[in-house]
Design a protein around this ligand. Structure first.
Ligand code: IMP
Length: 199
């Protein structure tokens, strides 16, 4: 039997490839690249859950099947939870990882080693026919490094070392990141939920 399709409500190919690796052969993971008329969804919410719901509902109203959205970001305790839901435009330009990382380093330049705790957060929503059905949240605790290190992953990965590791996510590589990450933890719950559904 062919693997059931799982449509990811994203244009971020890094998210899709991590989800594809975590899910393995159990689903055929598709995203905006597979649908020419995939709508652009404005992320006007003020929480991860609001934005994930906007994306999942908008895409699933146009495309058949279960649609999964991922809204995620980095919360830094010394910055009172920033950049949080605005992680992708923290440096001023949407999706510019270099400027996001530069701003984070600047904001953290006077913060001592003992106060550099942070976490990645991922909220996933599953929707069908334009309606959100359920949502899950995964987090990954860690700390912000004093300088960027490594070239794997994406976004803030060169600046984030997960708890129990000295190296950044970008240095640890995909196999380790995809066991520990906020995305992996949210997705484990998604897969449990999908197992109970009919396709
Ligand atoms: P979203 O597309 O609104 O969910 O924004 C996600 C943003 O959060 C990305 O552009 C990154 O800046 C950051 N982010 C989310 N997940 C990760 C991750 O796994 N590694 C590094 N940065 C991430």
């Amino acid at each position: 039997m062919p693997a059931a399709p799982l449509i990811i409500a994203t244009r971020n190919s890094h998210k899709t490839s991590e989800i594809r690796q975590i899910v393995g052969a159990s689903f055929q993971v598709l995203d905006a690249n597979d649908f020419p008329d995939f709508p652009q969804v404005d992320e006007t919410g003020t929480t991860f859950l609001e934005n994930a719901t906007l994306k999942a509902e908008a895409i699933s109203s146009r495309i058949d099947g279960y649609v999964l959205s991922d809204d995620s970001g980095l919360e830094v305790d010394a910055l009172h939870g920033a950049p949080g839901v605005w992680s992708s435009s923290y440096g001023g330009e949407e999706g510019n990882h270099a400027s996001n990382n530069a701003r984070l380093l600047e904001e953290m330049k006077n913060v001592g080693a003992e106060n550099r705790s942070a976490r990645f957060v991922c909220t996933m929503v599953i929707a069908r026919d334009g309606k959100a059905l359920t949502n899950f949240r995964g987090t990954c605790e860690g700390r912000i490094l004093p300088t960027a290190a490594g070239c794997g992953g994406f976004g803030y990965d060169p600046l984030f070392a997960p708890q129990g590791h000295e190296l950044s996510f970008a240095e640890l590589g995909a196999d380790i990141k995809n066991q520990l990450s906020h995305r992996a933890r949210a997705l484990a719950q998604v897969l449990e939920w999908l197992k109970q559904q009919s396709f």
